[in-house]
Design a protein around this ligand. Structure first.
Ligand code: EPU
Length: 418
């Protein structure tokens, strides 16, 4: 397994480009199941989770071709409606095939995802919604078995909580159900609007994606379409924190700043300068950031996927900051690793108090999930001396060539086989 070696203390300077969004690409590639024929999806990042998605689609009988950042998915000959434990356990988003398979073929059998490093992550809201659309659902032998003999029928669904995957799942299933579906208390993340745009390109009739009420007028079938995935807002946010934590000056290309308002406000409060000119976002880090508090919330609040990276920044801030995690119950696994750099962090329940120290010192560390890994890379960029980040397969699930991109703007970072 590879590891990253970082010699910290270098100011990042130059231009860095954001890849296509992982969390938009996953449901979009899965939504291709709904339309018999070949869809051409572009701006798909080269990531482990995308490779898993391609394998998942192939296991169902779809033909998948990848060329650079394009992916062609031909779902004409899908010949099985079962997604096995092996695929679902490596990537939870695999469970999203359940709704599209059920909607197109009237039945599906998909392994239940278990918990993961950041929380229990149940799928009760997905299943409640599919039941409301008329599916019979049984849980047996670790699998969800869903049947809709007469097809799915539109319904009004009110989510108990804001769920990104649940909203995406039901939007896909409802797009070829009969009649109108209304999703209330829907999640509003930009990836949901991106998925809706793709579904609409395929002939779906979806309105309101990106707000908390989504109306889906079911159509009888969808036809394949070409689509370009949105840029990855979490990768972009991670680069903004990389500029901030190294006192650097990065020009970030291809990002949409409007997707990161909550992060921007907090970075500005910390003393980071952010300017947006003609699609290039320039981020200049201060000599030392000021401490600021954050609370993670569903979009448009501060993203849980940016919490670990922001915590790394607060480790060297002037003052103490309180970071509350309100989306996942166990998303502080990076704390004990950040402490290995000399960070002063105490955790009580879902709040971490970070007392900024003047300097972090490089250390061997190990990541437990994707964004935790990103926070360790950021801490390593700022720390004095050498950092070894181990178990970087997590990082490879969500960041395209991170070491190449960071090295090109002045980081001393390289990948070595462990
Ligand atoms: N939840 C339930 N029941 C459900 C669904 C969710 O209780 O049926 C709970 C979850 O356990 C969690 C909260 O609701 O506590 C929010 O979960 P959500 O469904 O919104 O998350 P997700 O769809 O599983 C996506 C991203 C995550 C990101 C979250 C929150 C993808 C593939 N994953 O997960 O991304 O953290 O939304 O924004 O889109 C990452 O990229 O590192 C990552 C973990």
């Amino acid at each position: 397994m590879d590891k990253l070696i970082i010699n910290g203390g270098k100011r990042l300077k130059g231009s860095i480009t954001v890849s296509g969004s992982k969390n938009a690409s996953l449901p979009i590639c899965i939504a291709a199941i709904l339309a018999p024929g070949a869809s051409a999806i572009t701006n798909v990042p080269h990531l482990r989770d995308i490779t898993t998605t391609a394998k998942l689609l192939e296991s169902l009988g779809a033909k998948v071709k990848r060329h650079e950042n394009s992916m062609s998915i031909d779902a004409a000959d899908i010949n099985t409606v079962e997604a096995t434990y092996d695929l679902v356990k490596t990537m939870r988003a695999s469970v999203l095939v359940l709704g599209p398979l059920l909607a197109r073929f009237g039945r599906a059998r998909v392994s239940l995802p278990g918990g993961c490093a950041i929380g229990a992550r149940p799928i009760d809201q997905h299943l409640k919604g599919l039941k409301a659309l008329g599916a019979e659902i049984r849980l047996e032998h670790g699998y969800v078995e869903a049947i809709a003999k007469k097809g799915l029928k539109g319904a009004r669904i009110n989510f108990d909580i804001s769920t990104v995957g649940g909203t995406e799942h039901l939007m896909m299933a409802a797009s070829i159900a009969s009649g109108m579906t209304i999703l209330e208390n829907a999640a509003r993340e930009p990836e949901i609007a991106d998925l809706a745009n793709y579904l609409n390109c395929m002939g779906a009739k979806i309105e309101g994606a990106g707000t908390d009420t989504i109306r889906i007028q079911g159509v009888s079938d969808l036809t394949p379409a070409a689509f370009e995935v949105m840029p990855d807002r979490i990768e972009a946010g991670t680069f903004m924190c990389a500029a901030a934590i190294t006192g650097g000056d990065l020009r970030i290309q291809g990002m949409k700043l409007e997707h990161l308002d909550a992060l921007c406000f907090k970075l500005q409060d910390a003393g980071v300068e952010i300017t947006n000119r003609n699609g290039t976002v320039q981020v200049k880090g201060p000599r030392r950031p000021q401490a600021v508090n954050i609370k993670t919330r569903p979009y448009p609040g501060f993203a849980t996927d940016m919490q670990a990276q922001f915590m790394a920044l607060m480790c060297i801030a002037d003052g103490a900051s309180v970071i509350s995690e309100n989306i996942f119950e166990n998303r502080f696994m990076h704390v004990s690793e950040l402490q290995r750099f000399g960070a002063d962090i105490t955790v009580e329940g879902n709040s971490a108090t970070v007392k900024g120290v003047k300097k972090l010192s490089g250390a061997p560390v190990m990541a437990t999930d994707l964004r935790a890994s990103a926070s360790l890379v950021l801490a390593g960029l700022a720390a004095e001396g050498t950092t070894e980040v181990q178990r970087i397969y997590h990082l490879d699930r969500g960041y395209e060539q991170i070491e190449t991109k960071l090295a090109a703007v002045g980081a001393d970072i390289r990948r070595v086989p462990e």
